[in-house]
Design a protein around this ligand. Structure first.
Ligand SMILES: C[S@@+](CC[C@H](N)C(=O)[O-])C[C@H]1O[C@@H](n2cnc3c(N)ncnc32)[C@H](O)[C@@H]1O
Length: 256
């Protein structure tokens, strides 16, 4: 089972405690983008957990994903909420934009790590850079693995929406530092008064140490780092990431 094929459950699960993340994104877009209504693109936007509130706040939003279940969930939600966004089917490595370039792009919660090879990661960064205006901003958030020692193996959280409760358990089954992949298992326990179901999903993500991420950035040479943050998303407190940091949010600016 691929948990991205269960858009309602994914959306409830990942919308948990996203207030700081959303505020952070809004504040960055407002402070870095000159336009009155910044145009934004979210690669691999999924169910639009971020697009919906950003469109509601007045941003000109676009997003794409490979998963048709997530895309139709997002399009329905936009219609129900009388919101507009440009949503299309596309791949992070070779998407094409059919409009003016964007003021900013964003991709958090490890989505970038779905690109399992260095070549795909490079193609993605080059493509995002091409889709941004001069001085455009790209906000990229991902877990980093420590240079030494072990990363956390298991995370659990519970999210509710109306009568639906979704308990999520995310477990690292295997860390292969040689091939730079992490195998993850996600268990969703979903419950309402009528249902009580369990879904398992296993998939791989590419791993990055801080040094490997910096190396990738310099090899593409299309972005410079403006500032870094951690999972607290506190804009007033940029931090210096180090070899022990476990989540990094990089504010990148397109080099011209
Ligand atoms: C963790 S979800 C993130 C969704 C959304 N960005 C968010 O923040 O909630 C990862 C998403 O990446 C999508 N995805 C994975 N590989 C992709 C690719 N190569 N191109 C486009 N979408 C991809 C999946 O379908 C899924 O919707």
């Amino acid at each position: 089972m691929n948990w991205y094929n269960l858009p309602t459950y994914y959306d409830v699960s990942f919308s948990h405690e996203m207030r700081e993340e959303l505020l952070f994104l809004q504040n960055i877009f407002n402070s870095h983008c000159k336009s009155d209504r910044p145009s934004l693109i979210e690669p691999a936007c999924g169910t639009g957990r971020l697009i919906i509130p950003l469109a509601r706040s007045g941003f000109d939003c676009s997003g794409f994903d490979l998963n048709e279940h997530a895309l139709s969930y997002l399009k329905d939600k936009l219609t129900r909420n009388k919101l507009k966004a440009n949503i299309f089917h596309g791949d992070m490595t070779n998407f094409k934009i059919k409009r003016n370039k964007y003021d900013a792009a964003y991709c958090t919660v490890d989505t970038f790590r779905h690109l399992l090879s260095e070549k795909q990661a490079v193609q993605h960064l080059l493509n995002i850079s091409k889709s941004l205006r001069k001085n455009g901003i790209y906000i990229l958030g991902l877990h980093l693995i420590p240079e030494q020692g072990v990363a956390d193996k298991i995370t659990r959280w519970t999210a509710k929406r109306g009568r639906l409760t979704v308990k999520t358990t995310m477990e690292m089954l295997k860390l292969d530092k040689m091939n730079r992949t992490e195998t993850l298992k996600v268990i969703l326990n979903t419950k309402t008064e009528y249902i009580n179901e369990k879904y398992d999903s296993i998939y791989k993500l590419r791993t990055y140490t801080l040094r490997q991420f910096h190396k990738l950035l310099s090899s593409t040479n299309v972005f410079e780092i403006v500032n870094c943050y951690d999972h607290f998303y506190d804009l007033s407190k940029p931090i210096k990431l180090n070899a022990r940091s476990d989540y990094g949010v990089f504010v990148l600016r397109k080099k011209n």
